[in-house]
Design a protein around this ligand. Structure first.
Ligand SMILES: [Zn+2]
Length: 79
């Protein structure tokens, strides 16, 4: 992929989204699981794993193509 302005090969950079609401929910689920682990270790581990899964799934990473010359940006991949 080339820049429309400079005809320079564009560079792919990944942009991490700022903390998402669902990322926070993932952390909260993890903490609930941590609490459960004292009462029932197996249930706690399952809930913690769920929290990690939710947090990982919602960690949005966007691939952005950026021109190294002029900084022109396009978004060929939207997740
Ligand atoms: Zn350019």
């Amino acid at each position: 992929m080339q820049c429309e302005i400079c005809k320079v090969e564009m560079v792919a950079i990944t942009k991490k989204n700022s903390v998402s609401v669902l990322g926070i929910i993932g952390v909260l689920i993890f903490l609930v699981g941590l609490g459960y682990a004292f009462a029932n270790f197996l249930v706690g581990v399952i809930i913690m794993a769920l929290g990690i899964f939710v947090g990982m799934a919602m960690r949005g990473e966007k691939l952005t193509m950026t021109c190294p010359s002029c900084g022109n940006k396009t978004n060929p991949v939207s997740l």
